[in-house]
Design a binder for this molecule. Sequence first.
Ligand code: SF4
Length: 209
Amino acid sequence: METLACIPSIVLEGGFWFASLGSQKNGGTRLFALSGRVVKPGLYELPLGTNLKELIFTCGGGIPKNRRLKGVIPGGLSAPILTEEECDIPMDFDSLARAGSMLGSGAVMVFDEEDSILRILSSTVEFYSHESCGQCTPCRDGTNVLKKLMERILSETGREEDYRALVSVARGIRGRTICPFGDAVSMAVEAMAVKYEKEILDFLEGNHG
Ligand code: SF4
């Protein structure tokens, strides 16, 4: 639908005009579905290569109550999360791939300092575990194990070993499944767990301190 919607303006203005709207090798526009901790969530059509911070702070009006940006999932849940430090980035295919993430569906989810990475990770694991079709073992069993490990991490018996096992199981799913769903689980969970390791370990230590 997004592609079809571009056709009238391409016919009227020409292909070169459309391509010139974006960045080099990433021509044209893209729809960004901006959600989460922003003042003005919504659907924004912008040139490919628009800086992510411009999308959040200019289009989206910034973060409510001026809270600090924590991270952004830039292209749907399967796109590895970007930390605050990684968010000064052009929103195009090549730039996000270089940053180890992807443009994906264009669904941009913004988190602020009050969002717990444990809650985000827990919801993510729950979603993937529910959605796995069960056809191949690494995805079916891997997502179930991730869910159980996440439950342990959140419980009073959670230990650092559970966190290490979570990262290891997530990595173990990658490249071993029939469809790309397995890689999506692996990359999304690993990025959240590894990039916010300190927050998770602090939580585990505090739980038993
Ligand atoms: S990787 Fe794809 S095919 Fe395999 S169990 Fe997961 S969803 Fe099903």
